[in-house]
Design a protein around this ligand. Structure first.
Ligand SMILES: [Zn+2]
Length: 157
C-alpha cells in the first residue's frame, strides 16, 4: 500500500516500506529559547513559576499550562536533583549487546516540580541508588550550541 491509498480497516496498516522525506524547521518557542540560551551562555538552568496558580515549570515556560496565565519571569535552579528511579540499558539502538550498560534515570530536580528522564554518567550500576543526589554535567562552554545535547547527563553529586 502506498501513502496515497486509503483503507477502511486500520488493522491493515502495519508499516510503510521505504523512505519518507520530511523537511521541517523546529523552533523552541520563547520559553525554551530562554532555557537553552541560559545553558549555552552561562551554564545556568532556568525555571518559572506561574504568578496566578503557583505552578512551577522546569524548563521555564512563558505561559502556564494549568491556567494559561502569562509567566513573565524566570528563576535559577541549581541543576541538581535526586534519583527517583532508574534502569540499565544493556542493548543498543540496533539491538546489539553493549559492553557496558547505559544508565537512564528519572530524577526530581531541586527547586522545580515533576521529574525528568536523564542519562546518568560515570556511575557504576552497582552504585546506582534511588535517592542518590545527582548534578548536571554540561559540555565545555566553547562546545555548547544552545540545544539539549549541551547537557551531557547527570553524575553523582
Ligand atoms: Zn497557572
Amino acid at each position: 500500500m502506498g501513502l496515497s491509498e486509503r483503507t477502511e480497516r486500520n488493522v491493515d496498516l502495519s508499516f510503510y516500506e521505504g523512505q519518507v522525506p520530511v523537511n521541517y524547521v523546529y523552533t523552541y518557542g520563547l520559553g525554551l529559547e530562554k532555557f537553552f540560551r541560559a545553558i549555552k551562555d552561562t551554564g545556568e538552568f532556568l525555571a518559572s513559576r506561574c504568578p496566578e496558580c503557583g505552578a512551577v515549570y522546569f524548563p521555564c515556560r512563558v505561559f502556564c499550562e494549568q491556567c494559561f496565565a502569562a509567566i513573565p519571569r524566570t528563576f535559577k535552579v541549581p541543576g541538581t536533583g535526586t534519583v527517583f528511579s532508574f534502569t540499565l540499558c544493556h542493548l543498543g539502538m540496533k539491538g546489539e549487546s553493549k559492553k557496558k550498560p547505559d544508565a537512564v534515570g528519572l530524577i526530581e530536580m531541586d527547586g522545580a516540580e515533576g521529574a525528568k528522564f536523564v542519562h546518568l554518567l560515570d556511575v557504576k550500576p552497582e552504585n546506582l541508588k534511588i535517592g542518590m543526589k545527582v548534578k548536571a554535567v554540561l559540555k565545555p562552554k566553547k562546545d555548547r550550541r544552545g540545544e539539549i545535547f549541551d547537557i551531557k547527563g547527570f553524575a553523582k553529586a
